[in-house]
Design a binder for this molecule. Structure first.
Ligand SMILES: [Zn+2]
Ligand SMILES: [Zn+2]
Length: 253
């Protein structure tokens, strides 16, 4: 049974209990798969006494600051301590990393520290791949600045993660029949900004997808304020287990 560790369950605006995105999937066989790696994620791993070098896979939904910023520190740590990471992300992630870490680029000194040889980068869009035997990954583009969503199948459980997205039928297709739906829930509808999903939208999506477990994430402070009343409505209207984890919360799924 996989375990989900919520390293970052909020937005780029820090609140008392939430900050930028990062969800660690730990399998029973001690595989560590990190979905998004926003600022603060490595610090949260440290606080939980989890070994950064034990992360084998980083799945990046899109190249926004609150989802990708701790990638550079991770590469430097692996360069210094040794280790290897496979990075999966949307088209553009290879150029993004080249611009940052190649010789004579922005952080070109990292190439002298072996930081480029610790990673293997693979770009995904509408794809289906095997991370390793027994761990399958499917992806779809979603409505958010060239972003993708992930569906992992491992140890008999399916886990779908929206990343950032406005409500998107492609995400509904990806998530159909999923055991666990981790979906962004950025704002109440009355305060919705940008290409995001409101709590009202998410209620509609979850009614259609019918996951066994629904997990709300990427909450802006406005959403956190309104959370208790929305959780009451969600639990009245949906038959599934519902969670809205704070940073450092753990859920066994
Ligand atoms: Zn974003
Ligand atoms: Zn975001």
């Amino acid at each position: 049974m996989p375990r989900l560790v919520f390293l970052g369950s909020g937005s780029i605006i820090p609140s008392k209990t939430r900050f930028s995105s990062g969800i660690l999937v730990q399998t029973k066989r001690s595989e560590n798969i990190l979905m998004d790696i926003g600022p603060g994620v490595i610090e949260k791993l440290r606080r939980l006494n989890l070994d950064v070098t034990a992360i084998s896979y980083v799945l990046v939904t899109h190249l926004h600051v609150d989802h990708v910023c701790d990638l550079l520190p991770l590469l430097k740590i692996l360069g210094l301590l040794g280790g290897h990471v496979e990075i999966y992300g949307p088209p553009g992630i290879r150029v993004f990393l080249d611009l940052l870490t190649s010789d004579r680029r922005l952080f070109g000194y990292l190439s002298d520290l072996r930081c480029r040889s610790v990673m293997r980068v693979r770009e995904l869009w509408r794809d289906s791949v095997e991370l390793k035997p027994g761990i399958a990954l499917r992806t779809t583009p979603v409505d958010h600045f060239h972003g993708i969503a992930f569906r992992l199948e491992l140890e008999g459980v399916s886990i779908t993660y929206s990343g950032d997205s406005a409500p998107d039928p492609r995400l509904i297709d990806l998530a159909r029949g999923t055991d666990v739906l981790i979906h962004e829930c950025s704002f109440p509808a009355s305060r919705l900004k940008g290409k995001h999903t409101s709590a009202e939208d998410l209620l509609r999506l979850a009614s259609e997808i019918k996951p066994k477990i629904l997990i709300l994430t990427h909450l802006y402070p406005e959403m956190e304020e309104a959370l208790p009343s929305y959780l009451r409505i969600f639990s009245e209207k949906l038959a599934c287990r519902i969670y809205a984890p704070k940073d450092l919360d753990v859920i066994d799924v």
